[in-house]
Design a protein around this ligand. Structure first.
Ligand code: NAD
Length: 211
């Protein structure tokens, strides 16, 4: 069900939507498009990570990972594009380091997030004629509820994998999204940027630190 929770219809509207339900997504985005006349920016940020090894993963687990992390962005983008085509816009996808540098137990999630990297490139080409740019970032460990367990219980070992030796903050994501949407990034589309403190950069991530 689409639920409106803020009353100022002139400037703000929030909706509670299950992105894996195409009917809810379509109805919410149509309402937004009609109310505001256009959509400038779509951030496909909703995501969920539950670990599961292939032998013991249930259908429910696998479907949840794919439906929220991959189908959800497809439903949102399909619904938003008609409201972006006239004036152009930006679509930002959120992948994960687990798409390209996976862990055991992250198969379904990582495969869905790898799909986001492919979709970023395909949509960039499909939507370029409308001046809709499509870019993506792939977080390593960002300080949000999703990474709470890692940051609380395994911080030291995790930091040893990160050359910049700190976890990402939501401002790091905000800054990158702002750049993607800015005129300065007007010739950039179809790209995925790691937002991971350099995890991917080297086999010896913290060798230069005097620890
Ligand atoms: N935090 C990290 O370390 C990290 C690392 C890699 C990728 N990511 C990705 O970053 C994005 C943001 O995650 P976060 O770190 O803020 O995690 P989070 O768990 O704090 O937030 C995820 C948000 O997605 C929403 N969500 C989950 N399922 C949904 C559904 N079916 N419909 C609508 N909304 C739904 C949740 O309500 C929540 O607000 C996600 O796509 C996640 O996969 C995060």
């Amino acid at each position: 069900m689409v639920e409106e929770v803020k009353p100022d219809r002139e400037r703000f509207a929030t909706y509670t939507v299950d992105v894996s339900d195409s009917g809810q997504v379509t109805s919410a985005i149509e309402d937004i498009g009609k109310r505001f006349g256009k959509i400038d920016i779509l951030i496909n940020n909703a995501g969920v990570l539950h670990k599961g090894m292939i032998e013991t993963s249930t259908d429910t687990h696998m479907q949840l990972m794919v439906n929220v992390n991959l189908m959800g962005p497809m439903y949102c983008t399909r619904a938003a594009v008609p409201y972006m085509k006239e004036k152009g816009g930006n679509i930002i996808n959120v992948a994960s380091i687990l798409a390209t540098f996976p862990n055991t137990g992250s198969g379904a999630y990582g495969a869905a997030k790898a799909g986001m990297i492919v979709l970023t490139r395909v949509w960039a080409a499909e939507l370029a004629p409308y001046n809709i740019r499509v870019n993506c970032y792939a977080p390593g460990v960002l300080n949000t509820p999703m990474a709470e367990d890692v940051i609380k219980n395994r911080a030291e070992s995790k930091l040893c994998q990160i050359p910049l030796r700190r976890f990402g903050e939501t401002d790091d994501a905000f800054n990158l999204v702002s750049f993607f949407c800015s005129e300065e990034a007007g010739y950039i589309t179809g790209q995925t940027i790691g937002l991971d403190g350099g995890i991917w950069a080297t086999q010896t991530p913290t060798a230069a630190w005097k620890l």
